[in-house]
Design a protein around this ligand. Structure first.
Ligand code: HEM
Length: 164
């Protein structure tokens, strides 16, 4: 176990996870979920009566500046030594309907990023484009970009790979 933790690849993996979590937070692909109150629920000064439908708006949770200072900024470092408290990071929902594909989804994002970063260069055509927030956080120009394939890198042996 210790050899995994002190392995440089593990450190790189943890850094990668921060980029993925920050992307999930900022973009919030799933905007919201619906729930129904099964009993009267007291929430602070409010009562949600039994039978009412509740719309949970995830972006407000992910953009709460008390949990995420300067929330509109993409900042993977905010995840350094930071574990959000229950209910404040909900890219995959919560409770009994939590997305069962969450680990697979993160793995897919990481595999995509790995190959994309190693093999391609993306140059945005309008780097100053405004950001729009509905339905998702994204550049208003839909991220128009020129994508260039890079020269293939030489294949390294296992030890050389770990030094990178
Ligand atoms: C970035 C990718 C994904 C995001 C952001 C996402 C997000 C969500 C969210 C927010 C829910 C609703 C949870 C709730 O009601 O509390 C959900 C449900 C679900 N997701 Fe995902 N999901 C993703 C990828 C996947 C993948 C890859 C699979 C399957 C391979 C998957 C399968 C499901 C299923 C079956 C449900 C319904 C669960 C239920 O109602 O019990 N999702 N997802």
């Amino acid at each position: 176990m210790l050899s995994i933790i002190f392995n440089p690849s593990f450190h790189l993996f943890m850094q990668f996870m921060k980029v993925v979590d920050e992307t999930l937070r900022l973009v919030t692909f799933s905007l919201m979920v619906f729930r129904e109150a099964k009993t009267d629920v007291n929430m602070g000064d409010y009562i949600i009566p039994k039978g009412w439908k509740v719309l949970t708006w995830f972006r407000s949770v992910h953009f709460d500046s008390e949990t995420y200072p300067n929330p509109r900024q993409f900042n993977p470092s905010r995840w350094d030594n930071f574990t959000p408290k229950a209910g404040s990071f909900l890219p995959f929902g919560a409770g009994s309907r939590l997305c069962p594909g969450n680990d697979l989804a993160k793995l897919e994002i990481m595999i995509f990023l790995h190959h994309f970063l190693l093999n391609y260069q993306l140059e945005r055509l309008n780097p100053e484009s405004k950001v729009s927030y509905l339905p998702h956080t994204r550049p208003a120009d839909n991220c128009l970009a020129r994508i260039k394939k890079l020269q293939p890198r030489p294949v390294l042996n296992k030890e050389e790979n770990w030094k990178m």
